[in-house]
Ligand binder design. Sequence first.
Ligand code: PHE
Length: 360
Amino acid sequence: MSDIAISDIEAIRSRFQADIDTASDLSSLDAIRVSALGKKGEISMMMRGLGKMSPEEKTVMGPALNGLKNDVAALVDIRKTALENEALDAALASEMMDMSLPVSRKNGTLHPVQQVMEEMAVIFSDMGFSVAEGPDIEDDFHNFTALNFPPGHPARDMHDTFFMVPDSDGQQKVLRTHTSPVQIRTMMSQKPPIRIIAPGRTYRCDSDQTHTPMFHQVEGLVIGEDIHMGHLKGCLMDFVSAFFETDVDVRFRPHHFPFTEPSAEMDVRYERDGASIKIGQGNDWMEILGCGMVHPNVLTACGINPDVYQGFAFGMGVDRLAMLKYGMPDLRDMFAGDPRWLGHYGFSPLVQASLESGLS
Ligand code: PHE
């Protein structure tokens, strides 16, 4: 008979069980596992002794040692799960957040550009527009060609375009110079009647007090069977009065854009009051947007029959309108990311712009 007996195995099992049950953390539990089942662990060494036993002893001790090994492994697993759950419960208790606490206004504000875009969405959705989007990195077709800028047309140069490195297939993408490509994407994927606005970032290689290389526009597009210039004027006049929350006198000046015919720019009446600007009345005019009736070539490029459908489009600079409405003096501050500026000019993220309760 070898020097280990069945009674020893029982004693070893109880000893390990007691150690495992009182292990206080995962690392001490693992130390116990190694001391029992590791390469040089107590139980592993005992199993190694089986080779030197007589066949009769082996038939008794083999299953007994195997049982011991499996039991200890199972006890370790159970304790491990329990310790992991305890750790999770402790973390949940100590990292608890009270979702019912009031929010601190200091923790963040809506950027005025975001605020103004939301105000515009509120006004235009009240007029039945939905919001469309397109990519900032555009191809030449959507940014220029389909908008009736033929290749080599001088109007392309006026856009101060940022060009991307050409793709492997030789295609040279651009950072969109305006939100008008979203007109094209919308007309190619939707059937008239169409009534959308498209807010977003636009890019031109230009930088001074009143220009930043990245700026924001909101595009508008309305297509139907009986849309005319009167709809364009009424829509935009209603828009500016709603936006500036006062009666605003406007005028339309003839202009040129390749993608609209006729084209116009819309000015609003304003006056200077010391350092600030009052929109609505006064003797001076300020240009705030470009607009016009969608050119038949643009409709055709999008697969829309210009003999059946027509419509109008407009595009306005959001940053400019935000500065006018909320009195920010320098465009470049808008994108400097200074928390003091954001704290001063930012809006509460918890107050939603609405026509009923007021836009701002
Ligand atoms: N895309 C023009 C611009 O950026 C604005 C515009 C849009 C003009 C739609 C007419 C119609 O200058």
